[in-house]
Design a binder for this molecule. Structure first.
Ligand SMILES: Nc1ncnc2c1ncn2[C@@H]1O[C@H](COP(=O)(O)OP(=O)(O)OP(=O)(O)O)[C@@H](O)[C@H]1O
Ligand SMILES: [Mg+2]
Length: 241
């Protein structure tokens, strides 16, 4: 039974990594329902490792992961997906020979999001429904990757580098969708983004990882007001604020 007083996502002292060796150490963070939270940091900081661990693609080395108060550490990805944890992975993972409609159909859960609600969030997908993923533009592919995650009405949406390889103008169009997913669907959103300024425009709060450790956290406003702190955190020079 979900605990209504708990955070949507809570990580406590999470160690995550490969073959039992952590590359992320002691990570504590939370995301509330309706909240958009950015996970920032330089290449190799451990952002993807964190998201993949929360999504159940890899088991944590140590620490606790709770979704709505329920401990989920170690549960496999397909079970977490059914429980409302959706990941838009780095690289999108689309099937180039399947159409947009087929991708969306395959991702439907027991109570899929109404088609109209999905098209309200991602109107560009409507004209592409019968096109194969392989012929879509990069921006359309990314919208499909997000749409596929949304049809199951996630409680927690994890998004890894939505803007990878896309023009800035497309990124400015895509990121605000995360805000609407949080406000319209009440989902908690944790997203990884290289474009820090764009990320801080849509996020409520942000955490910065460097070398697998949390080095800075704050509201988006606080971090926008302190570019010096943000810059130091990318260079690995600040302790948690
Ligand atoms: N499959 C793997 N096996 C062993 N080490 C890995 C594996 N995948 C990633 N790593 C290592 O874990 C560390 C964190 O990688 P991760 O991909 O989580 O970083 P990231 O913050 O997502 O970086 P980027 O911004 O480049 O995507 C890196 O040192 C990386 O080399
Ligand atoms: Mg990554």
């Amino acid at each position: 039974m979900p605990d209504a007083t708990a955070h949507r996502l809570q990580l406590d002292g999470l160690d995550a990594g490969y073959d039992g060796v952590p590359v992320v150490r002691g990570l504590t963070l939370h995301v509330q329902p309706g909240e958009v939270v950015a996970l920032l940091g330089p290449n190799g900081a451990g952002k993807t490792t964190t998201l993949n661990t929360v999504a159940g693609l890899q088991a944590p080395v140590d620490g606790a992961i709770h979704v709505d108060g329920e401990p989920i550490a170690g549960r496999p990805a397909h079970k977490l997906a059914r429980a409302g944890v959706a990941l838009v992975p780095e690289g999108r993972s689309l099937f180039f020979n399947l159409t947009v409609r087929e991708h969306l159909k395959l991702a439907e859960g027991r109570e899929p999001l109404a088609k109209q609600d999905l098209m309200d969030l991602l109107p560009e997908l409507e004209k592409c429904l019968d096109r194969k993923a392989g012929v879509l533009s990069g921006g359309e592919q990314q919208m499909l990757a997000v749409g596929r995650a949304l049809v199951s009405r996630p409680r927690l949406l994890l998004v890894d580098e939505m803007s990878l390889g896309l023009a800035p103008v497309i990124v400015e169009r895509l990121l605000p969708i995360l805000r609407r997913v949080a406000s319209d669907l009440g989902a908690g959103v944790l997203f990884v983004e290289q474009h820090v300024a764009s990320a801080l425009k849509v996020a409520d709060r942000a955490y910065v990882l460097n070398h697998g450790r949390l080095v800075l956290e704050g509201t988006a406003q606080e971090l926008r007001d302190r570019p010096d702190l943000l810059k130091s955190s990318y260079l690995g020079e600040v302790a948690v604020a």
